[in-house]
Design a protein around this ligand. Sequence first.
Ligand code: CA
Ligand code: CA
Ligand code: CA
Length: 235
Amino acid sequence: MRTYSKAAVWLFTAVVLLVSSPAAAQLRIAFTGKDANAPDEYAFVALNDISSGTSFFVTNCDWDNSTGAFINPCNEGVMQVTTTAVITRGTVTLVQETAPDVYTVTGDATAVAVPGSLAWQSVSADPHYAFAASNPTSPLNTVTEIYAYADTDPDTAVGGVKDPTINNNASPNAVVLDFVGVQPVGMDFVGNRSTATLADLTNTANYTVGGTITLDLTAFTGPGLPVELKSFSVD
Ligand SMILES: [Ca+2]
Ligand SMILES: [Ca+2]
Ligand SMILES: [Ca+2]
C-alpha cells in the first residue's frame, strides 16, 4: 500500500482548494477626476464591488518602471484609503484635502496620511497613482500592484518610464489615463456614465479640463461598466 507524508497530503489538499475556489474579485478602481485648487481633491470609481475594510494607497510620487518602484523620496505625499462599508461597482468616491494632510471623504471610506509621509502639496501636474503595498508603514517601497494612474503632465506617459503597465514590477491591469499636451489643474469625466466602458474611462476626450471643477459623483450605472481584465493571474 502506498503511503503519503503529511506534507504531501497537505500540499495536495491546498492545490485542490486553490483550483476549486472561485477567484476573489480583484480590487479594480479608476480615477474619474481631480482638482488641485484648494481643496486638492480627486474622485475614483469602483470597477468591482469593494469589500468593507479594504485598503489601498494614493500618491503623487511618480512611478519608475526601470526600477519597478516609486521615485522615493519624491517630495510628495502618500495616503491610505480604507473602505468603511461595501462600495458597490460604479460608485464614485471623493477624497478632499481640507487641511494640510487632513482628508475628508464623500463616500464609505476614510483617508489618512501615511505616518512620516510628506504633505500632499497640490500642484497641477501632480500624477495620481492608486496602488497596493505589502507594508502599510512604507508603501512606496513595497508596491505589489498599481490599480490606477492619472497623468496630468503634458508628456506622453504611456509607453514611457512612468507607465506602470510595462517593464519591472508591471501591473498590466492598471487603468491609465494620460493627458498629453495639456497640464490640467482640474479634470473630470463628462462622458456617458450609463454606457461607459474601460476604454471610455481612459480616453481624455471624455474629460473636461480647467481650473476649479466641481467633481461629478454620479455613479456609473450601465451594463458596460468596465470589469474586464486585460491580464489575469492567480499569484
Ligand atoms: Ca478643488
Ligand atoms: Ca502633490
Ligand atoms: Ca501625460
